[in-house]
Design a protein. Structure first.
Length: 387
């Protein structure tokens, strides 16, 4: 790659292939492609349809009739996918009526796709009068500026970024497979070793409730405070799960200790968000009133890392969800949870199960770190190889 940062050549990117030196030309999207919309409705989809069906999300549905045949770029015209959902396609496809179709390219399609997907969201944000973007107007795409190198340089850039996109897609599939594996193991291993000692959670140790009475005005200073647990990443606390709050000295009994199992008791829906979210304590933090902690005292009976996986398993969730009460917000009574009876395998088998699950979890963590590196690499190239 050639670095052009110090060269006084106009209208060229910072980073480019060394065999290319000519200046790039300025165009608009309406100069290099045709822009239309689809003609299908969501109810037209069919699970066993013949053709791919592009709707306003990253999920590609199926359909039995087609809208367009050829090379195309698709993006959502409204909804939460505005500026975030992009597809590159060839062949016959069905397209939702609120999805834009870019076609008939007078430049390299993969080059245009990479530029569009990397820059369009910021454009629609700037052109929207609100913080959120509800819909895309035709001129937002048609008048979008783009700088074009020669056809050969376009193809090389487009091919490089397409290879990186394929690697990112493959990495996502690797992570999905591993997540499916750990979920399957998490659900099945308990049946294999579920012939041990019958006990309640109260018999394992003591539990403690989170702090109540803390308002949003308290956040932003003080000590780390878990406001909620993320059901989509059990045993992981993300940065946005933490807030900071001023804690009184008399509230030290709510401090999470290392190895404590944290469990969410309240959420807007019992299954999709919140109730049943689990975190194995690693740091000294405080909980809000929607969470509570279990401190294992009887260490000869229970291994807390095993318990953290067990309470996140599907069999346990199905057992505990019926106890959730509420209409607009679902709540699980701490007393009901403490009385819940479970069957524990021997301590040695608990450690074996945890070792298997934890090895897969560590592999998932490694693969996610690799994915982040690939995404970071792509973002860097998008910033440096385009104008």
């Amino acid at each position: 790659m050639a670095d052009n940062k110090d060269k006084k050549v106009l209208n060229v990117p910072h980073l480019r292939f060394p065999e290319f030196t000519e200046e790039w030309k300025r165009k608009r999207f309406k100069d290099v492609c045709n822009i239309t919309t689809g003609n299908k409705n969501t109810q037209d989809k069919s699970d066993d349809g013949i053709y791919p069906f592009y709707v306003r999300s990253q999920i590609v549905e199926r359909i039995n009739s087609w809208t367009f045949d050829g090379e195309a770029i698709l993006t959502a015209g409204d909804g939460v996918g505005v500026g975030k959902v992009f597809h590159y396609s060839t062949g016959k496809i069905g397209v939702h009526q609120r999805v834009y179709i870019l076609s008939d390219f007078k430049c390299d399609g993969k080059y245009l796709y990479s530029y569009f997907a990397g820059n369009f969201y910021n454009r629609v944000k700037r052109m929207s009068a609100k913080n959120s973007v509800d819909s895309v107007r035709m001129e937002m795409i048609a008048d979008m500026p783009i700088s074009l190198p020669s056809n050969e340089e376009q193809k090389k850039i487009g091919h490089l970024l397409a290879l990186l996109d394929e690697r990112i897609a493959t990495q996502n599939k690797v992570i999905e497979k591993l997540e499916s594996l750990i979920k399957g193991l998490n659900n099945s291993l308990y049946y294999r070793y579920g012939d041990g000692i019958r006990t309640s959670f109260a018999g394992l140790g003591y539990s403690y409730s989170g702090l109540s009475g803390k308002s949003a005005m308290d956040f932003g200073k003080g000590k780390p405070f878990i406001t909620y647990l993320n059901v989509y990443s059990n045993n992981v606390v993300n940065d946005n799960d933490y807030q900071y709050v001023q804690i009184d000295e008399g509230e030290k009994q709510n401090v999470v200790q290392y190895g404590d199992v944290l469990f969410t008791l309240s959420s807007e829906t019992p299954e999709e968000v919140g109730i049943g979210s689990v975190y194995l304590g690693q740091d000294e933090v405080y909980l809000n009133s929607f969470c509570f902690g279990i401190h294992i005292v009887n260490e000869e009976l229970a291994y807390s890392p095993y318990i953290s996986y067990y309470v996140s398993s599907t069999p346990f969730r199905k057992f505990i969800y019926p106890f959730a009460q509420g209409s607009t917000r679902f709540n699980l009574c701490k007393a009901d949870f403490e009385k819940a009876c479970i069957t524990l395998p021997s301590l040695d088998n608990q450690k074996r199960i945890h070792s298997v699950l934890n090895s897969v979890a560590m592999k998932i963590s490694t693969e996610r770190a690799m994915l982040e590196q690939y995404v970071t690499q792509k973002q860097y190239l998008l910033r440096q190889m385009f104008i």
